[in-house]
Design a protein around this ligand. Structure first.
Ligand code: UD1
Length: 420
């Protein structure tokens, strides 16, 4: 079993390039089954979730290669339309394969998706939208069988702008004759990236990035080439690391607009942030100011995926901050572990009250999900002494070369195999 060991107290400096976005590449890999041809996908991060997606594609009959950050998928032959249960359980976003397979083959078999432990994560919005499109869902013992003789284009109103449901609809109707409109669609940058990818293979989609997306179906899809956008949450992670550890660093190869809400909060807590075309330079404040209220919201609001990071920053602020988690119930897994390190955090339902303490101290902690793992590593950078983080498999789901990246900035961090 691997653990990450971090000895805190070293300020960070230098510059670091941010990897491709996990949440972009996963739906894009699923979408590569649509064209029945070659998709060349650049800036693909090497993550466990990416490897699982590639395994799913191979299982479906695709030819897949991955080297130097470029994935090539040849989906000319699809020999199977079911995603095995063991792969579905590994990753929630595997639900996106349902839309992709329906568009390609008119049927799909999946089981209820797994993924990070973020409380109850239903897929009712996906299923309701599929029903409206004329897709028949049969459910038996946790297995979902989807069939569609023909998909009927229509207008779909999403009760909540779900990222996954928006993507699943975009994929399912991409080859359906007629126009489908998604109202109250998710506006995340990863949705825009999916639109760019699908249009690069000949799809006719417009509106991604707004709350109305129109998909005009076309049968004629072709080979394509695409470069995945930068991961905005990884960029936020490095920024939070600089703020708590002290120092100054340039975070490169990003779209600063994608992290506007995070930048605003970092400035509010005293950091200086210079925004350039495709990078930001962040300088830690002398001391961290508390932030009265942070609400997680759908994009362009403050991202739920950065909530654990901001809680870590607030843990050593000079005063009390309040964080309200509006997207996922149960997404405060990190609070208990931060408390082990000396943080003073009370949780009541969706609200966390974080009373800043002078110092955190290193100890043994366990990641409970991807972003909680990252936030514990960030906390460890400013803690006195050594922190040992277990369950690092969660961190590997979303961060490429995590320790190398932080040690490049000067952190004292190493991965150790403790299996003996
Ligand atoms: C995606 C991201 C995840 C991020 C989340 C919110 C990927 C691979 N993952 O997850 O990192 O935290 O967006 O920005 O892109 N909901 C329902 N019914 C549904 C679908 C969702 O009630 O059918 C609820 C969820 O339980 C949650 C909220 O809607 O409370 C947001 O979920 P959604 O936007 O769908 O997130 P994901 O696509 O799962």
């Amino acid at each position: 079993m691997s653990v990450i060991k971090i000895r805190g107290g070293r300020p960070l400096s230098g510059s670091i390039a941010v990897q491709g976005a996990k949440n972009s590449v996963l739906p894009i890999l699923a979408a590569s089954v649509l064209n029945g041809g070659k998709s060349i996908i650049h800036n693909c991060p090497d993550l466990t979730d990416v490897r699982i997606s590639l395994d799913i594609l191979k299982h479906l009959g695709c030819d897949v290669s991955f080297s130097n950050g470029t994935v090539v998928v040849d989906s000319s032959e699809i020999t199977c339309t079911s995603v095995p249960d063991e792969l579905m359980r590994c990753m929630r976003s595997s639900v996106i394969f349902a839309g992709a397979l329906l568009a390609r083959a008119g049927k799909a078999q999946i089981s209820y998706p797994g993924g990070c432990n973020l409380g109850h994560r239903p897929i009712d919005l996906h299923l309701k939208a599929f029903k409206k499109l004329g897709i028949i869902t049969e459910e038996e013992h946790g297995n979902l069988n989807f069939t569609a003789d023909s998909i009927s284009p229509c207008q779909i109103f999403l009760e909540f702008p779900s990222v996954g449901a928006t993507e699943n609809i975009m994929l399912a109707v991409c080859r359906t004759h007629g126009t489908t409109t998604i109202i109250n669609a998710a506006r995340e940058p990863e949705i825009v990236d999916l639109q760019v990818f699908l249009n690069s293979m000949g799809a006719h989609i417009r509106g991604a990035g707004t709350d109305v997306i129109e998909i005009e179906g076309t049968e004629k899809l072709h080979d394509c080439e695409h470069t995945v956008i930068a991961d905005r949450i990884v960029a936020a992670t490095y920024m939070a690391a600089v703020v708590v550890a002290g120092g100054r660093a340039e975070i490169k190869n990003i779209v600063p607009n994608h992290i506007s809400a995070f930048i605003a909060v970092m400035r509010e807590c005293g950091a200086s942030v210079t925004v350039c075309d495709d990078s930001v330079i962040i300088t830690a404040p002398k001391y961290i100011r508390p932030v009265k209220m942070i609400n997680t919201l759908p994009y362009p609001g403050f991202p739920t995926d950065a909530q654990s990071l901001v809680m870590t920053v607030m843990a050593t602020a000079r005063g009390t901050s309040i964080i309200k988690e509006n997207i996922f119930g149960g997404r405060f897994n990190h609070a208990g572990e931060l408390a082990r390190m000396g943080a003073d955090i009370s949780i009541a339902d969706k609200i966390a009250v974080v009373r800043g303490v002078r110092n955190l101290s290193g100890c043994d902690v366990a990641a409970a999900d991807l972003r909680s793992g990252a936030s514990l590593a960030v906390a460890a950078l400013c803690a006195h002494g050594e922190t040992k983080i277990s369950n690092v498999c969660y961190i590997d789901r979303g961060y490429e070369n995590f320790e190398q990246a932080l040690s490049l900035l000067g952190a004292d961090i190493e991965r150790v195999d403790e299996s003996d």
